[in-house]
Design a protein around this ligand. Structure first.
Ligand SMILES: C[S@@+](CC[C@H](N)C(=O)[O-])C[C@H]1O[C@@H](n2cnc3c(N)ncnc32)[C@H](O)[C@@H]1O
Length: 322
């Protein structure tokens, strides 16, 4: 759950803030009904009120949203601002929204069950013809050498200060999705567009079944870096690509269980898939590495369920005997 410091950090992201202000100024008028979906402490709701919106719904399960009532007691009293401290899927509204502000994403476009949450909001809380902002995510991936992440995992588990064998933990930590600080110089091949999400009129996702990368820079292939370009409208885009100015979302990498050394001219194929559930998105990433002569050097098959299954064992019993 985010802290107020986290929300402050999100609001201090100039690019993201400017993009929201732009689409809000363009699309909110005195007759607008606005839904601030995942409002946090509700500053976008305050801005919607400032622009004259007739009715604003602010929804977030985080108790930080309760502060909003203290900031705008008159709007709450008059019914112009309605605040719900809960999951939006439990909320019903009398009048559906013209404008939905929905930025629940994190390092991926689907963090926190976002796909399901927005799908539900579009079906029940948005007017036909109403709009969700941002409108579109374009998602890119590229093979990456994750020196910093792998170095950290090695120092925690393989080269630990106690000098004990924790290699099982290290192996468990590999083959997972990790926050990444990789820069464009860490990419081993040019990126490719993997997929896109159109959030209007209802969320719809498309992706490419299989991507094929030709290695340009030799090195250790640790996984695949993913990032997105967010289109707020046709002219306003915010990107968390490794080449652009840092934005609050960060990026993540889909790590391989076993990194592999690759050389220029080698070919890496990747099949990356996303499966949405109400609480989260699960991912699988599989493929192979072939050298310049076409000989297969490596194959991989990973799943984000790996970390979930370990937690499930813990939940079954407090004492694990085997
Ligand atoms: C990235 S923050 C955005 C905060 C704020 N709207 C902003 O733009 O600064 C995403 C918010 O979505 C909220 N959220 C997550 N799941 C939700 C749900 N099911 N219903 C409503 N809000 C949700 C989180 O608690 C979090 O505050």
């Amino acid at each position: 759950m985010y802290s107020l410091m986290d929300y402050g950090w999100m609001l201090a992201d100039r690019q993201r803030c400017a993009a929201f202000m732009h689409v809000m100024r363009e699309n909110i008028g005195t007759d607008s009904v606005v839904l601030d979906l995942g409002a946090g402490p509700g500053l976008l709701s305050l801005y919607a009120l400032k622009l004259g919106a007739r009715l604003v719904y602010a929804i977030d399960p985080n108790p930080a949203i309760r502060l909003l009532a203290k900031l705008q007691p008159d709007a709450v009293k008059s019914g112009r601002l309605r605040i719900y401290c809960c999951d939006s899927r439990k909320v019903s509204v009398e009048e559906a929204a013209d404008v939905v502000l929905a930025d629940i994403r994190g390092p991926t476009s689907f963090a926190g069950g976002c796909f399901d949450i927005v799908t539900d909001a579009c079906a029940r809380l948005k007017k036909p013809g109403g709009m969700v902002y941002p409108q579109r995510d374009q998602i890119h991936v590229a093979p990456v050498c994750e020196e910093a992440v792998i170095g950290k995992l090695r120092s925690y588990w393989l080269d630990n200060l106690l000098d004990v064998d924790a290699s099982v933990v290290f192996r468990h930590e590999m083959g997972q999705i990790r926050d990444s600080k990789a820069a464009s110089g860490d990419l081993l091949a040019p990126s490719q567009k993997w997929g896109a999400v159109e959030w209007n009129p209802v969320p719809r996702m498309t992706w490419v079944d299989s991507l094929c990368f030709e290695i340009e820079r030799g090195g250790r292939l640790d996984g695949f870096l993913q990032w997105f370009d967010l289109a707020f409208d046709n002219e306003t885009t915010v990107s968390n690509s490794p080449g652009s100015e840092d934005v609050v979302y960060g990026r993540c990498s889909f790590l391989l269980s076993e990194p592999v050394e690759v050389s220029p001219g080698w070919v890496v194929t990747l099949s990356l898939r996303a499966f949405h559930t109400p609480s989260r998105t699960h991912w699988t990433w599989s493929g192979e590495v072939r050298d310049a002569s076409g000989m297969r050097r490596h194959s991989f098959s990973e799943s984000s369920l790996k970390s979930t299954s370990l937690l499930a064992i813990g939940a079954k019993s407090d004492v694990i005997c085997e």
